[in-house]
Design a protein around this ligand. Sequence first.
Ligand code: HEM
Length: 144
Amino acid sequence: MNKYTVSALIAIVAVVAGLMALGHYGLGNDSQARSLQTNMKQIQRSYKAALKAEDLQTLLGSLNEMKAAAAEARTQTPRSIYGEAADSADMQDYTAGMDRLLKQIDEAVDLASQGRLSELPALFDNMDAVKEEFHERFESMIQS
Ligand code: HEM
């Protein structure tokens, strides 16, 4: 093996390792691996869509999307506490916050299904309050 072949092999290994790293960090084709940020953006989109929904089907659809994104976000780790054990106090705090949001989304689905639409604005305000409370707590990495 001459030195050019060795250089070529090193280059190939570097490219393959780079592609594997991209896949690992969610930039590859693996659509199952949505980042926490992507899920948060989806929560926000669905929340806004639910607020301005004008029919029950759209409202329930938005709430379901919001719930799916929140459920996935619950299994992820905020950047501010990367590296902490899954059962650290911060991680428990974070999952408890996501549980509160998930419970509120379920309540919204129940209210909407029962036609109790006049009770929804207060519940949406409460969701916003939970968001504020937890964004504040994990604020070191929040830009919005
Ligand atoms: C209606 C409820 C919520 C909305 C609309 C919302 C929205 C957002 C948005 C737009 C971002 C910025 C995403 C980006 O980087 O572009 C964000 C980030 C974040 N949110 Fe929320 N959020 C909500 C509730 C929560 C709750 C309940 C928690 C914690 C229990 C939470 C924890 C976080 C964290 C930790 C980040 C930073 C992401 C990271 O570390 O990578 N959010 N959220």
